[in-house]
Design a protein around this ligand. Sequence first.
Ligand code: MN
Ligand code: MN
Length: 469
Amino acid sequence: MEEKEKTPGQQLREALLNQKKNGWDVVDQATEQAIFDYCEGYKVFLDKGKTERTCVDYTVELAEAAGFVPLERGMELQPGAKVYRVNRGRAVNLAIIGSIPLDQGVSITASHIDSPRLDLKPTPLYEENELAFFKTHYYGGIKKYQWVTIPLELRGVVAMKDGSVINVSVGGHPGDPLFTIDDLLPHLGVAQSQKKLGEAIPAENLNILVGSRPLKDDDGKDRVKLAVMKLLYDHYGIREPDFISAEIEAVPAFNAVDIGFDRSLIGAYGHDDRVCGYAGLKALLDLEGVPGRTAVCVLADKEEIGSEGVSGMQSAFFETFMGDLCASQKVPLRVCLEKSFCLSTDVTAAYDPNFADVYEKNNSAQVNYGIGLCKYTGSRGKGGASDAGAELVAYVRRLLDDRGILWQMAELGKVDQGGGGTVACYMANRNIDTLDAGVPVLSMHAPFETVSKLDCYMTYAACKAVYEG
Ligand code: MN
Ligand code: MN
């Protein structure tokens, strides 16, 4: 076909203006195949790691298969050494020691592996009208109406007084029973439907139905509750007081699936932020040879409730891990951190044409346009943001463009419509140059979120670029 000569206007436009392109129009066939292959592994990661604990378990399994060993204090670390350290079963840091000394800094990707969900209360089990329920306390920012009438599974641990820890997992295996939270039938929902969306399902109504068969030959008022407790005792050896030292999470019982006739998207629970966690992890595992700067992958807990606590990004666990790496080369930690770079990888909002009025189209991330770079997050006047410096953004533009990685700029939505944060500010507070970036998500924080496979892959490619420097 004869190429039409470009008009001067077209030439100027191409030379001077932003060129936004749908990623599927840009990638070649080999990259298309790589995108689909990569996402098969990601879906397994999602299904196995529906909680931070199970996500850590599977991460360790993958890391050990790739030759990683637990980091011990005082260990000698040669370039190429692969180490990891688990933080109390709920978070994990991994590193590959580079050929460049640690006083020249490290390359970090940091994401979180906790997701919004329903936690059981310390005294969860009760009976009402001959039905047994678990009381829950929601974790993270959820829209409560989305959590009723969907199948739920239970995953977590019960820590016993004797020091043993019992793993609980019901619903994740074929043939397992599932659980659910009931909602009002529309026929009687006249008053409910008049309420505000955020008030129609009160938090104390998020009670999980767990049984309805009473204990036989008994006349107590709690025969259904007692029968459920007996089943739990028979199977796990736990009694009601043991719930006090338990962490059991109700999470959606459905697995990750392809969405769309063209299979271009993935629907699943917990893309936020395991989609970036997997990208960082897989990029690290796929690194060939010895990297230049030491590559560090951080998978943190508790981001959804402010990165607080001993397993959150604010914890000194990170300094301890990095300090132990630095000690092996007798490098002061502060010298290492001030020269380090961190890509804080967390999901961003994808422009949703069904709710167009809350987005500002020129500055929102679009599905299929690649990893979204966020110079700042936060709310209102950038409150709570770690506003990355212009020079740092330029560095990342170059890093990604040089490798043909598709990226776009991303603001969460219109100014003053809301906002959000990530672990970025806690990395930046440590004197680490940090930029936010991540996969655009539709229906963020819903039990079933949607992302584009192309964007997942570009985030993986971006993490790899960070490690390779
Ligand atoms: Mn997140
Ligand atoms: Mn979130």
